[in-house]
Write a protein that binds this ligand. Structure first.
Ligand code: ADP
Ligand code: MG
Length: 615
């Protein structure tokens, strides 16, 4: 009687396999990296289990990896934790990671799918099918009483599972190479690839009986002994990345905790490519024994782009991972590591602004996320912000501290203006008074910045203030020729308020406008027009409309206002139309006009009147 069980792959895995088998032609060699990385993981897990005092199958068999080549076959063997029947079904056939779907979508949409990323999405095992027409996995778990199993698949049509006798602990993977992948069975070629990807594996690797790597935990070595090349190779191995990292921080500390740590920032932020949320990939070790890969809680969420290793002698080996996550030790580690990394960023921003610029480009949203969610590191994060400013050339960004250094003696606040881009900022009516008084204004183009400023609140005891909310007057009050007097302006404002009724809260003469006839300001002391906009966009249909809290400030020195004042006596109907239009224009400038239809209708009527007066 046959004991072979037939299994289907989960639909997503089958879909992934179809793409892997039929559409991935480049970078085939990465299967070596992925399978060795799995073997190394299995060895790390074994070492952890053993170190925590558990009984295992074949305790004297040390964790190691060996690879052999044969006629069109490659065999990878590890003496790691192995897999039970349940593990095989669970791990090699179903999706374990949330990112897999996103990866599939990306693969399916890409013209040239990038196989390289496969390991980052937790489906590295399946890269074996890029080169193999059949994959056989023989595995026996570390659990003392477990028997061995054989898993076989040709990719399409699911996989077979059957018992296998007399297996040692661990996993053996046999790849039957496809016709177009037989070059990988050449020992010289394979050796080259293994060395390239696996120099940093913490366990001995042998190829056809010959030792290839020297095992050393790079993070425990002294910085001066490590070559640039070694760091790069380690990062590429650890990060499943093809390019070098943007930043690297290798540091050790003795107090308050003993830490040896090697952290990397990838050159690209994988979240911007429309991909799902990345997971932190910093692995936690204790004296070179892996305690937890992708350790949760080691860094705050907003540093989830970091990759690397943290080794601390202070960690206990025998606590459960769940307990570890919330332990006070983990919190302390988190605090120390985060503080150190932020300090590193600050140093880098001063030492090498060009590279920092690249970093900021890729990762500013993470810093901002931290700033609004994490009170502890608010000030340190504030130092890392960079913005364009009215006094600097475009695309030059300043820190808030440098802004403070440049502040005029009579300037009390740090001013910022939220705008979609530089042109909009410079032509904004809110900017006029600053331009006239030569006060520097930071230009903020990211909608998140509004919240960032709210949370940061101040820098070096200087309050951050929205340009809209600045209580600033134009310095030269000498009344301009043709400008309305204070009484005239007041009377005009009163008349306009009567026309607008509930549409505005208040109309008053402005002391801040130069070239614009009028501007909308929010009556709420703490509200800016961009916040209003966000509130509006979040409001649901069913809710009652937001109360209008707009004030209109008019510019008594603008010719339009002087003429309007005359016209309201001469032709009240026309003057009313013009006043309405001025209000709507200001709303447009503030981004607050929702339905332009009535405004366009009126504008057309006004144009018609202009033309008929001339013809
Ligand atoms: P990832 O390594 O990111 O989890 P993979 O597709 O490479 O994704 O592997 C899937 C899972 O299969 C692993 O998480 C592991 O549980 C299991 N696995 C793969 N190779 C081995 C191995 N050599 N020994 C033990 N388990 C393995
Ligand atoms: Mg893997």
């Amino acid at each position: 009687m046959s004991t072979t069980e037939k299994h289907h792959f989960q639909a997503e895995i089958q879909q992934l396999l179809d793409i892997v088998i039929h559409s991935l032609y480049t970078d085939k060699e990465i299967f070596v990296r992925e399978l060795i990385s799995n073997a190394a993981d299995a060895c790390e897990k074994l070492r952890f289990i053993q170190a925590s005092g558990n009984t295992i199958n074949q305790p004297d068999l040390p964790p190691a990896i060996s690879i052999t080549t044969g006629e069109n076959t490659i065999t990878l063997t590890d003496t790691g934790i192995g897999m039970t029947h349940g593990d095989l079904v669970e791990n090699l056939g179903t999706i374990a990671h949330s990112g897999t779907k996103a990866f599939l979508k990306q693969l399916a949409e890409a013209k040239k799918p990038d196989a390289n990323l496969i390991g980052q999405f937790g489906v590295g095992f399946y890269s074996a099918f890029m080169v193999a027409s059949r994959v056989t996995v023989l595995s026996r778990s570390h659990l003392p009483d477990d028997q061995g199993w054989q898993w076989t698949s040709e990719g399409a049509g699911g996989y077979d599972l059957e018992p296998a006798n007399d297996l040692p602990r661990g996993t053996k993977i046999i790849l039957q190479l496809k016709d177009d992948a037989q070059e990988f069975a050449q020992p010289e070629a394979l050796e080259h690839i293994i060395k390239r990807y696996s120099n940093f594996v913490q366990f001995p690797i042998e190829l056809n009986g010959q030792r290839l790597n020297t095992v050393s935990a790079i993070w425990t070595r002294s910085k001066s002994d490590i070559k640039e090349e070694e760091y790069n190779e380690f990062y590429q191995y650890l990060g499943h990345d093809q390019t070098n990292s943007l930043y690297r921080l290798h540091f050790t500390a003795d107090a308050p905790l003993s830490i040896q740590s090697l952290l990397f920032v990838p050159a690209h932020n994988f979240e911007t490519a429309g991909m799902s949320r990345t997971e932190s990939e910093v692995h936690l070790y204790c004296r070179k024994v892996l305690i937890q890969s992708k350790a949760k809680g080691l860094f705050p969420e907003w540093l989830r782009f970091l990759k690397g290793v943290v080794d601390s002698e202070d960690l206990p080996l025998n606590v459960s991972r769940e307990m570890m996550q919330d332990s006070s030790l983990m919190k302390k580690l988190n605090q120390v590591l985060t503080g150190r990394f932020l300090k590193f960023l600050e140093e880098q921003s001063e030492k090498d602004p060009a590279t920092y610029e690249k970093f900021y480009e890729q990762y500013n949203r993470f810093l901002k996320e931290g700033l609004v969610t994490d009170f502890t590191h608010k000030q340190a994060l504030g130092k890392l912000l960079r913005y364009e400013s009215s006094t600097l050339p475009r695309e030059t960004r300043t820190s808030l501290a440098d802004y403070v250094k440049r502040m005029a003696a009579d300037q009390k606040d740090i001013y910022y203006l939220i705008a979609p881009n530089r042109e909009a900022a410079e032509s904004s009516p809110y900017f006029e008074v600053f331009h006239a008084r030569k006060f520097e204004v930071l230009f903020l183009y990211d909608p998140w910045d509004e919240f960032v400023m709210e949370h940061l609140h101040e820098v070096d005891a200087k309050p951050l203030r929205s340009a809209e909310k600045a209580e600033l007057d134009l310095a030269d009050t000498a009344s301009k020729e043709g400008a309305l007097s204070d009484e005239q302006a007041q009377a005009l404002a009163k008349w306009m308020k009567e026309i607008f009724g509930d549409r505005v809260n208040e109309v008053r003469a402005s002391k801040r406008l130069v070239g614009s006839p009028a501007v909308i300001l929010d009556s709420d002391k703490f509200m800016t027009s961009s916040m209003r906009r966000i509130m509006k966009s979040m409001k649901r249909e069913s809710e009652s409309p937001l109360a209008v809290r707009n004030d209109l400030e008019i510019n008594p020195a603008h010719p339009l206002m002087a003429r309007l004042d005359k016209m309201r006596v001469a032709d009240a109907a026309l003057a009313t139309k013009v006043a309405d239009q001025i209000l709507d224009n200001s709303r447009v400038a503030a981004g607050l006009l929702e339905d332009p239809r009535a405004m366009l209708q009126r504008l057309n009527e006004l144009l018609e009147q202009v033309l008929s007066a001339k013809t």
